[in-house]
Design a protein around this ligand. Structure first.
Ligand SMILES: [Zn+2]
Length: 336
């Protein structure tokens, strides 16, 4: 925008009453560039097409739009589809047809979140489609009655095994590391394929608040649970690549570092020193504000250390380190 058009826009905005928005608009914060190795490993997506199908093991394929990931398995007796993300739901039938003539017989939900299963609405005309979910997920979906998320036709509790044609798929329950209802590990032992949705993103730090976990205690345990499996291919459900056990170990080390850093700094920090210093400026009346100064002091100090140690190892540290420190701090102070 040149100077005269800027003034024109500004005058127009003021005329229209948008002056406050212009005055308050902040420039986008600068972030560090994504790491070179992460860029090099990223799936190339034809954005006009909107998705990519990639074979990751015998009879196993992932579909991705570069942000979300689902998977499907050809069995010789029909296709099993794992999740139907909302973002590329309209492409799923086409994507499967690129690979096989087998019909999609079964859709299995990893958890209840709209972003991972809201594309199921696009599959509603598939004849005799079985939709499988754990009982708590199905109960939640019945209650929500959301047309984007088709209601499961079949439920299970605890662990479950699906046998179809040549393939055996295990649905293993490991506690709620992510969602409130239930989470599941999808495992194909014969294919050494493990899919744990919304757990971690190879190459990157986890998404904010440790992948929105509702239970950081279970989230911490999730890494050993994953590493107990024998797998070559790991799919986390998000972003630009898939991974291996090594990626899981690196992210585990990051998460442990955040937890231990926050714990140490929390232990070493005198709450009333920090609150007292703030009270000199604002007085003691606003207890929420003073307590928040203390909590954010720990968050800032922890995030600074974490960023320095991880900035060249995982992408997105500068984006989410503070949110990770906040999640760890809640656990350290109230649960640990
Ligand atoms: Zn989710």
């Amino acid at each position: 925008m040149n100077l005269s058009s800027f003034f024109h826009t500004a005058v127009l905005a003021i005329t229209l009453g948008f002056s406050a928005n212009i005055a308050q608009a902040k420039p986008l914060q600068d972030y560090v560039p994504v790491l070179d190795n992460v860029k090099a490993n990223a799936f190339q997506i034809d954005h006009k097409k909107g998705y990519r199908v990639k074979k990751v093991a015998t009879n196993v394929y992932i579909i991705t739009d570069g942000i979300w990931q689902s998977a499907f398995i050809t069995t010789g007796k029909g296709v099993i589809l794992l999740d139907a993300p909302q973002s590329f739901g309209q492409h799923i039938i086409k994507a499967v047809a690129e690979i096989t003539d087998e019909p999609i017989n079964m859709l299995i939900y990893s958890h209840s979140h709209v972003d991972h299963i809201g594309g199921s609405q696009q599959l509603k005309n598939i004849p005799n489609l079985k939709i499988l979910a754990s009982k708590p997920v199905a109960d939640f979906l019945v209650e929500k009655n959301d047309p984007r998320r088709l209601i499961p036709t079949q439920t299970y509790t605890g662990n479950y095994v699906v046998n179809m044609g040549s393939e055996t798929l295990r649905l293993d329950h490991h506690g709620n590391y992510h969602s409130t209802e239930s989470d599941v590990f999808f495992y194909l032992p014969k294919r050494k394929f493990l899919m744990v949705i919304d757990s971690l993103a190879p190459g990157y730090v986890p998404f904010r608040d440790f992948d929105l976990t509702h239970n950081f205690h279970e989230y911490l345990k999730m890494f050993d649970a994953i590493l107990a499996y024998d797998f070559d291919v790991f799919v986390g459900g998000h972003l630009t690549q898939i991974g291996t056990a090594e990626d899981v170990r690196i992210t585990q080390a990051y998460v442990k570092d955040v937890y231990q850093t926050v714990k140490r700094i929390h232990t070493q920090t005198n709450q009333f020193d920090i609150m007292g210093a703030a009270a000199k400026k604002i007085g003691w009346d606003n207890k929420f504000a003073l307590f928040n100064v203390f909590l954010e002091h720990i968050v800032d100090k922890s995030a600074k250390e974490i960023e320095a140690r991880w900035i060249d190892k995982l992408a997105g540290v500068d984006v989410w380190a503070k949110s990770h420190a906040r999640t760890a701090l809640i656990y350290v102070r109230w649960d640990d």
